[in-house]
Design a protein around this ligand. Sequence first.
Ligand code: FES
Length: 305
Amino acid sequence: MAEAWWAVARSEEVTSAKPINVDIGDQPIVLWRDQQGAVHALEDRCPHRRTPLSLGCVLGNGMIQCGYHGWTYDGATGHLKDIPNLKSDVKFPALYRAIPFAVAESGGFVRVCLDAKAPAPLLVAKTLPLSGTVNVALEHEHYIAALFDDPSLVLAIKGVRFTPYLLAELAEHEGKLVLERSCQWAGFHWPSPFSSDFPITLRIATDPVTGECDLLLRDDGFRPLLFATLAPVPAARGVTQIRWRATLEDNRHGMRAKLLGAGTPFSVHSTIDGAALRVLKPSASIHAATLRNEITARSAQTSAA
Ligand code: FES
Protein backbone atom coordinates (compact mmCIF):
# COMPACT_ATOMS: atom_id res chain seq x y z
CA MET A 1 0.00 0.00 0.00
CA ALA A 2 2.80 2.46 0.91
CA GLU A 3 4.48 1.70 -2.44
CA ALA A 4 1.31 2.38 -4.45
CA TRP A 5 1.24 5.28 -6.88
CA TRP A 6 -2.00 7.25 -6.56
CA ALA A 7 -3.29 9.57 -9.29
CA VAL A 8 -3.99 12.49 -6.96
CA ALA A 9 -4.45 15.22 -9.58
CA ARG A 10 -4.91 15.89 -13.25
CA SER A 11 -1.91 17.65 -14.77
CA GLU A 12 -3.85 20.84 -15.45
CA GLU A 13 -4.90 21.12 -11.80
CA VAL A 14 -1.29 21.60 -10.66
CA THR A 15 0.16 25.01 -11.51
CA SER A 16 2.80 27.43 -10.25
CA ALA A 17 0.09 30.04 -9.57
CA LYS A 18 -1.24 28.44 -6.37
CA PRO A 19 -0.48 25.25 -4.41
CA ILE A 20 -3.33 22.73 -4.06
CA ASN A 21 -4.26 20.28 -1.33
CA VAL A 22 -4.98 16.60 -1.98
CA ASP A 23 -5.15 13.56 0.32
CA ILE A 24 -4.16 9.94 0.26
CA GLY A 25 -6.27 8.59 3.09
CA ASP A 26 -5.54 10.69 6.16
CA GLN A 27 -2.29 12.02 4.71
CA PRO A 28 -2.70 15.62 3.51
CA ILE A 29 -0.40 16.56 0.63
CA VAL A 30 0.39 19.89 -0.99
CA LEU A 31 1.18 19.92 -4.70
CA TRP A 32 2.58 22.68 -6.88
CA ARG A 33 4.57 23.17 -10.05
CA ASP A 34 7.83 25.11 -10.20
CA GLN A 35 8.81 27.48 -13.00
CA GLN A 36 10.54 24.63 -14.87
CA GLY A 37 7.27 22.66 -14.88
CA ALA A 38 8.32 20.03 -12.31
CA VAL A 39 5.64 18.99 -9.79
CA HIS A 40 6.49 18.80 -6.07
CA ALA A 41 4.66 17.04 -3.23
CA LEU A 42 5.19 17.69 0.49
CA GLU A 43 3.18 16.91 3.56
CA ASP A 44 0.56 19.65 3.74
CA ARG A 45 1.58 20.80 7.22
CA CYS A 46 4.13 23.48 7.99
CA PRO A 47 6.67 22.06 10.47
CA HIS A 48 6.55 25.39 12.37
CA ARG A 49 2.91 25.61 13.56
CA ARG A 50 1.31 22.94 11.34
CA THR A 51 -0.56 25.39 9.12
CA PRO A 52 -1.44 23.82 5.73
CA LEU A 53 1.28 24.79 3.26
CA SER A 54 -1.40 24.76 0.56
CA LEU A 55 -2.59 28.08 2.06
CA GLY A 56 0.75 29.61 1.16
CA CYS A 57 2.26 30.54 -2.19
CA VAL A 58 4.78 29.43 -4.79
CA LEU A 59 7.81 31.72 -4.97
CA GLY A 60 9.65 32.76 -8.11
CA ASN A 61 12.44 30.28 -7.27
CA GLY A 62 9.94 27.40 -7.26
CA MET A 63 9.92 26.91 -3.48
CA ILE A 64 6.79 26.99 -1.35
CA GLN A 65 6.26 29.65 1.30
CA CYS A 66 3.98 29.12 4.30
CA GLY A 67 1.23 31.73 4.48
CA TYR A 68 1.45 32.16 8.26
CA HIS A 69 5.02 33.30 9.13
CA GLY A 70 6.62 32.96 5.72
CA TRP A 71 8.96 29.99 6.26
CA THR A 72 10.09 28.66 2.89
CA TYR A 73 10.66 25.02 1.90
CA ASP A 74 12.44 23.28 -0.94
CA GLY A 75 10.06 21.07 -2.93
CA ALA A 76 12.48 18.23 -3.69
CA THR A 77 13.78 17.67 -0.14
CA GLY A 78 11.30 19.49 2.11
CA HIS A 79 14.23 21.29 3.78
CA LEU A 80 13.61 24.66 5.38
CA LYS A 81 15.43 27.26 3.27
CA ASP A 82 14.39 30.64 4.58
CA ILE A 83 12.85 32.39 7.57
CA PRO A 84 11.95 36.05 7.08
CA ASN A 85 14.19 38.51 8.96
CA LEU A 86 16.88 35.92 9.74
CA LYS A 87 20.38 36.39 8.36
CA SER A 88 21.12 34.30 5.29
CA ASP A 89 24.05 32.49 6.96
CA VAL A 90 21.88 31.06 9.76
CA LYS A 91 21.70 27.25 9.69
CA PHE A 92 18.22 25.86 10.14
CA PRO A 93 17.70 22.78 12.33
CA ALA A 94 16.96 19.60 10.29
CA LEU A 95 13.94 19.13 12.54
CA TYR A 96 12.11 21.78 10.54
CA ARG A 97 11.64 19.72 7.44
CA ALA A 98 8.39 19.04 5.60
CA ILE A 99 8.04 15.37 4.59
CA PRO A 100 8.65 14.99 0.81
CA PHE A 101 6.81 12.40 -1.29
CA ALA A 102 7.72 10.80 -4.61
CA VAL A 103 5.97 12.37 -7.63
CA ALA A 104 5.60 11.22 -11.23
CA GLU A 105 3.61 12.76 -14.07
CA SER A 106 2.41 11.09 -17.24
CA GLY A 107 -0.73 10.59 -19.28
CA GLY A 108 -2.25 13.79 -17.87
CA PHE A 109 -2.14 12.58 -14.25
CA VAL A 110 0.11 13.54 -11.35
CA ARG A 111 0.84 10.45 -9.25
CA VAL A 112 2.21 10.47 -5.72
CA CYS A 113 3.72 7.63 -3.71
CA LEU A 114 4.01 7.90 0.08
CA ASP A 115 7.22 5.86 -0.02
CA ALA A 116 9.87 8.25 -1.35
CA LYS A 117 12.09 5.27 -2.28
CA ALA A 118 9.45 3.37 -4.27
CA PRO A 119 10.37 2.38 -7.83
CA ALA A 120 8.99 4.80 -10.44
CA PRO A 121 5.64 3.88 -12.00
CA LEU A 122 5.20 2.91 -15.64
CA LEU A 123 4.85 5.97 -17.85
CA VAL A 124 1.61 6.48 -19.76
CA ALA A 125 2.33 8.20 -23.04
CA LYS A 126 -1.09 9.41 -24.13
CA THR A 127 -3.11 12.19 -22.45
CA LEU A 128 -6.83 11.71 -23.06
CA PRO A 129 -8.54 15.04 -23.88
CA LEU A 130 -11.79 14.80 -21.87
CA SER A 131 -11.31 15.00 -18.11
CA GLY A 132 -12.85 15.80 -14.75
CA THR A 133 -12.57 15.55 -10.98
CA VAL A 134 -15.34 14.61 -8.54
CA ASN A 135 -15.51 13.97 -4.80
CA VAL A 136 -17.90 11.24 -3.69
CA ALA A 137 -18.91 10.70 -0.06
CA LEU A 138 -18.23 6.96 -0.10
CA GLU A 139 -15.27 4.91 1.16
CA HIS A 140 -12.78 3.95 -1.56
CA GLU A 141 -13.37 0.20 -1.11
CA HIS A 142 -17.15 0.58 -1.45
CA TYR A 143 -16.73 2.87 -4.45
CA ILE A 144 -14.69 0.22 -6.31
CA ALA A 145 -17.19 -2.49 -5.33
CA ALA A 146 -20.05 -0.37 -6.73
CA LEU A 147 -18.15 0.06 -10.00
CA PHE A 148 -17.71 -3.72 -10.27
CA ASP A 149 -21.33 -4.54 -9.41
CA ASP A 150 -23.16 -1.78 -11.29
CA PRO A 151 -21.16 0.84 -13.24
CA SER A 152 -24.29 2.99 -13.68
CA LEU A 153 -24.04 3.99 -10.00
CA VAL A 154 -20.64 5.52 -10.65
CA LEU A 155 -20.52 6.71 -14.25
CA ALA A 156 -22.50 7.29 -17.43
CA ILE A 157 -21.69 6.71 -21.08
CA LYS A 158 -24.04 8.58 -23.38
CA GLY A 159 -26.84 6.33 -24.63
CA VAL A 160 -25.40 3.16 -23.06
CA ARG A 161 -27.17 0.87 -20.61
CA PHE A 162 -25.02 -1.43 -18.47
CA THR A 163 -26.65 -4.83 -17.98
CA PRO A 164 -26.15 -7.20 -15.02
CA TYR A 165 -24.60 -9.79 -17.37
CA LEU A 166 -20.87 -10.40 -17.64
CA LEU A 167 -19.30 -11.66 -20.83
CA ALA A 168 -16.91 -13.72 -18.70
CA GLU A 169 -16.08 -14.10 -15.03
CA LEU A 170 -13.85 -11.47 -13.54
CA ALA A 171 -10.26 -12.71 -13.93
CA GLU A 172 -6.68 -11.69 -13.34
CA HIS A 173 -4.85 -10.54 -16.44
CA GLU A 174 -1.31 -9.09 -16.33
CA GLY A 175 -1.71 -8.19 -12.66
CA LYS A 176 -5.05 -6.44 -13.13
CA LEU A 177 -8.62 -7.46 -12.33
CA VAL A 178 -10.46 -7.63 -15.62
CA LEU A 179 -14.16 -7.94 -16.23
CA GLU A 180 -16.22 -7.46 -19.35
CA ARG A 181 -19.85 -6.44 -18.99
CA SER A 182 -22.54 -6.78 -21.64
CA CYS A 183 -24.21 -3.49 -22.56
CA GLN A 184 -27.03 -2.24 -24.74
CA TRP A 185 -27.90 0.98 -26.45
CA ALA A 186 -30.46 2.69 -24.20
CA GLY A 187 -33.99 2.94 -25.62
CA PHE A 188 -33.13 0.99 -28.72
CA HIS A 189 -33.28 -2.65 -27.61
CA TRP A 190 -35.60 -4.23 -25.10
CA PRO A 191 -34.27 -3.86 -21.57
CA SER A 192 -31.78 -6.60 -20.69
CA PRO A 193 -34.21 -8.99 -18.89
CA PHE A 194 -36.16 -9.35 -22.15
CA SER A 195 -33.33 -9.43 -24.66
CA SER A 196 -30.08 -11.30 -24.94
CA ASP A 197 -28.79 -9.02 -27.67
CA PHE A 198 -25.77 -7.15 -26.36
CA PRO A 199 -24.24 -5.09 -29.17
CA ILE A 200 -21.65 -3.41 -26.94
CA THR A 201 -19.41 -4.43 -24.04
CA LEU A 202 -17.52 -2.55 -21.36
CA ARG A 203 -14.14 -3.94 -20.34
CA ILE A 204 -12.79 -2.73 -16.98
CA ALA A 205 -9.16 -3.49 -16.06
CA THR A 206 -8.45 -2.47 -12.47
CA ASP A 207 -5.27 -2.13 -10.44
CA PRO A 208 -5.84 -4.40 -7.41
CA VAL A 209 -4.30 -1.94 -4.94
CA THR A 210 -5.32 1.55 -6.06
CA GLY A 211 -8.50 0.72 -7.95
CA GLU A 212 -7.30 2.86 -10.89
CA CYS A 213 -8.98 1.38 -13.93
CA ASP A 214 -8.93 1.52 -17.69
CA LEU A 215 -12.37 1.31 -19.30
CA LEU A 216 -12.86 0.24 -22.89
CA LEU A 217 -16.25 0.34 -24.62
CA ARG A 218 -16.38 -1.89 -27.71
CA ASP A 219 -18.96 -2.62 -30.37
CA ASP A 220 -20.16 -6.06 -31.50
CA GLY A 221 -17.08 -6.41 -33.72
CA PHE A 222 -14.89 -5.70 -30.64
CA ARG A 223 -13.87 -2.41 -32.23
CA PRO A 224 -13.11 0.35 -29.68
CA LEU A 225 -15.66 3.13 -29.21
CA LEU A 226 -14.49 4.91 -26.09
CA PHE A 227 -11.54 4.67 -23.75
CA ALA A 228 -11.35 6.13 -20.23
CA THR A 229 -9.14 6.01 -17.17
CA LEU A 230 -10.76 6.37 -13.78
CA ALA A 231 -8.53 7.03 -10.78
CA PRO A 232 -10.29 6.80 -7.41
CA VAL A 233 -8.17 7.83 -4.42
CA PRO A 234 -9.14 7.42 -0.74
CA ALA A 235 -9.32 10.89 0.79
CA ALA A 236 -10.00 12.22 4.29
CA ARG A 237 -13.25 11.52 6.17
CA GLY A 238 -14.32 8.59 4.03
CA VAL A 239 -14.50 10.59 0.79
CA THR A 240 -13.20 9.18 -2.48
CA GLN A 241 -11.64 11.66 -4.92
CA ILE A 242 -11.94 10.55 -8.52
CA ARG A 243 -9.94 11.96 -11.41
CA TRP A 244 -10.76 10.72 -14.87
CA ARG A 245 -9.73 11.19 -18.48
CA ALA A 246 -11.49 9.86 -21.57
CA THR A 247 -11.49 9.92 -25.34
CA LEU A 248 -13.77 8.78 -28.13
CA GLU A 249 -12.48 6.62 -30.96
CA ASP A 250 -12.69 8.67 -34.17
CA ASN A 251 -13.63 5.77 -36.41
CA ARG A 252 -16.96 4.54 -35.00
CA HIS A 253 -19.37 2.34 -36.92
CA GLY A 254 -23.17 2.61 -36.80
CA MET A 255 -25.59 5.41 -36.00
CA ARG A 256 -25.63 4.91 -32.21
CA ALA A 257 -21.86 4.74 -32.04
CA LYS A 258 -21.60 7.94 -34.09
CA LEU A 259 -24.07 9.69 -31.76
CA LEU A 260 -21.65 9.15 -28.87
CA GLY A 261 -19.86 12.20 -30.22
CA ALA A 262 -22.87 14.51 -29.75
CA GLY A 263 -22.74 16.19 -26.33
CA THR A 264 -20.94 14.65 -23.37
CA PRO A 265 -19.99 11.04 -24.13
CA PHE A 266 -18.59 10.16 -20.70
CA SER A 267 -19.13 11.45 -17.16
CA VAL A 268 -18.48 10.36 -13.60
CA HIS A 269 -21.20 10.98 -11.02
CA SER A 270 -20.37 13.37 -8.18
CA THR A 271 -22.94 11.73 -5.90
CA ILE A 272 -24.03 8.14 -5.47
CA ASP A 273 -27.64 6.97 -5.23
CA GLY A 274 -27.78 5.62 -1.66
CA ALA A 275 -31.12 3.85 -2.15
CA ALA A 276 -29.84 1.97 -5.21
CA LEU A 277 -26.50 1.24 -3.56
CA ARG A 278 -28.12 -0.20 -0.45
CA VAL A 279 -30.09 -2.82 -2.38
CA LEU A 280 -27.32 -3.66 -4.88
CA LYS A 281 -26.36 -7.30 -4.42
CA PRO A 282 -22.59 -7.90 -4.38
CA SER A 283 -21.63 -10.01 -7.42
CA ALA A 284 -18.41 -9.27 -9.31
CA SER A 285 -17.06 -7.40 -6.26
CA ILE A 286 -16.98 -10.63 -4.20
CA HIS A 287 -14.79 -12.35 -6.75
CA ALA A 288 -12.67 -9.20 -7.09
CA ALA A 289 -11.99 -9.09 -3.34
CA THR A 290 -10.80 -12.73 -3.36
CA LEU A 291 -8.53 -12.17 -6.36
CA ARG A 292 -7.18 -8.92 -4.94
CA ASN A 293 -6.21 -10.69 -1.70
CA GLU A 294 -4.44 -13.43 -3.69
CA ILE A 295 -2.51 -10.88 -5.78
CA THR A 296 -1.42 -8.76 -2.79
CA ALA A 297 -0.38 -11.87 -0.80
CA ARG A 298 1.67 -13.06 -3.78
CA SER A 299 3.39 -9.69 -4.23
CA ALA A 300 4.13 -9.52 -0.47
CA GLN A 301 5.81 -12.98 -0.72
CA THR A 302 7.82 -11.82 -3.76
CA SER A 303 9.10 -8.69 -2.04
CA ALA A 304 9.97 -10.68 1.13
CA ALA A 305 11.98 -13.26 -0.88
S1 FES B 1 3.15 28.08 10.64
FE1 FES B 1 4.24 28.05 8.82
S2 FES B 1 5.72 29.55 9.06
FE2 FES B 1 4.73 29.52 10.93
